[in-house]
Design a protein around this ligand. Structure first.
Ligand code: HMG
Length: 385
């Protein structure tokens, strides 16, 4: 076995898009605050018949079409915006994708961090059973209250990753640095359908976690920043990665440049915050770029408010390009249906009707699966084709 890591990776997002220039116009804000100040251009908005399950299944489908289901005995569903307090969203995906019944399926939660935990848990499972593959899916809808500081940093997206031995895309290295502390920077009580956030505190908590995770990474034998070719960050908004990269450079004593972050921000700038998926959208954008990354080392900083941070590295496999899907993400982003500001706000208000009343959802999504509605307090999903 030459290593364990990401064998395949695929992205999905919501049906709609809101141009942040429209939000700026309606809220009387200089659009440069969004485009330059926070580094965001658009945000994806799910249709009424989409949610974290439909996006996750849409992201995972191309992986299964390419590799089949052989060896997949574990599905780890990472999300902050789960749809049930008890049942894993992964079980709905498991059924939609017709995965084998000989499978462990669970949901992982720690704000935006949990997909990274999923990857680390998956590498451990594959280490013990190299013939097995683990499907790790990060899927989230980021929702803040209307009129709050977080409103322009909403978004929606999913990244599915197949973790296995002899990976075709990226070999995850074993040294990792972790940091945990109890901080009230961002949270969502069980009775809230939008996140609560202390924006300023969340930025300092992110940077504190970055320094802590980096120090732990170095203390455990991690390479110096000068030996890392690119760094991908969790991007609640793309300017956060710029702040983080500058901070890491100062902390590690190695100069960094904001330009390094332009390529990994390409998808995040158009999708918005996708919580658990955001870091891996940065990876997708970097892999899809023109640069030849074969043999390069990528650093990853994963942050989940509350808070847990992790810094780890991975090496890009030779021949990784043949496992990508060139142009598929930009095409999906260009195909989204634009919303005007009033329609976006109407959708936001209508998005959490509860589960006590039976209802059927309107058919809107162009994706391969849809949320059909609620019957008998149970969420129903179906393929669209
Ligand atoms: P705000 O208070 O509306 O904005 O919210 P601001 O006044 O701080 O301005 C933002 C930036 O725009 C500033 O730049 C301004 O100078 C600049 P900075 O000083 O930060 O470099 N600016 C302009 N630039 C150009 N032209 C202009 C202009 N005007 C202002 N005309 C805040 C900002 C981030 C607080 C808000 O968006 C928010 O609350 N977001 C949600 C929380 C968040 O994303 N936190 C990030 C860290 S926590 C995290 O990453 C975890 C998370 O993803 C959740 C999870 O783990 O699940 C959130």
């Amino acid at each position: 076995m030459s290593g364990i890591g990401i064998h395949d990776l695929s992205v999905a997002t919501g049906h709609h898009v809101l141009d942040l220039a429209l939000m700026a116009e309606h809220l009387g804000i200089d659009p440069a605050k969004y485009h330059v100040g926070i580094g965001q251009d658009e945000m994806s908005i799910p249709a009424p018949d989409e949610d974290v399950v439909t996006m996750a299944a849409a992201a995972a489908l191309p992986i299964l079409e390419r590799h089949g289901t052989d060896g997949i005995r574990t599905v780890l569903f990472a999300t902050e915006s789960g749809i049930d307090q008890s049942k894993s969203a992964g079980l709905f995906v498991h059924q939609l994708l017709e995965l084998p019944s000989a499978c462990r399926v669970l949901e992982l939660k720690q704000a935006c961090y949990s997909a990274t935990a999923g990857i680390q848990l998956a590498t451990g499972l594959v280490q013990r059973h190299p013939e097995e593959r683990v499907l790790v899916i990060a899927s989230d809808v980021a929702r803040y209250a209307l009129g709050s500081s977080g409103e322009p940093t909403q978004g929606a997206g999913a990244v599915a990753m197949l973790i296995g031995a002899d990976p075709a895309i990226l070999e995850v290295e074993s040294v990792t640095g972790v940091h945990a502390t109890d901080v009230d920077d961002f949270w969502r009580p069980n009775d809230h359908d939008t996140a609560l956030v202390d924006g300023r505190l969340s930025i300092t908590a992110y940077l504190t976690s970055l320094r802590g995770a980096w120090d732990d990474f170095r203390a455990h034998g991690g390479v110096g920043l000068e030996d890392i070719d690119h760094v991908c960050y969790h991007q609640p908004f793309s300017k956060m990665a710029v702040k983080a990269h500058a901070q890491l450079g100062r902390h590690a004593g190695t100069p960094t440049s904001a330009e390094d972050l332009e390529i990994p921000a390409r998808y995040n700038r158009r999708i918005g915050n996708s919580y658990s998926a955001s870091l891996y959208l940065a990876l997708a954008a970097l892999l899809d770029s023109d640069q030849d990354l074969a043999g390069r080392r990528i650093g990853f900083f994963s942050y989940g408010s509350g808070s847990v941070g992790e810094f780890f590295t991975a090496r890009v496999a030779a021949g990784y390009r043949s496992s990508l899907r060139p142009g598929s993400v930009p095409a999906a982003l260009d195909a989204r249906a634009p919303l005007d500001f009033a329609a976006y706000r109407d959708l936001h208000v209508a998005a959490a009707p509860g589960s006590s009343t039976d209802r059927a959802t309107e058919s809107v999504t162009n994706g391969p699966f849809r949320f059909a509605g609620v019957r008998g307090a149970v969420r129903r999903y179906e393929p669209t084709r």
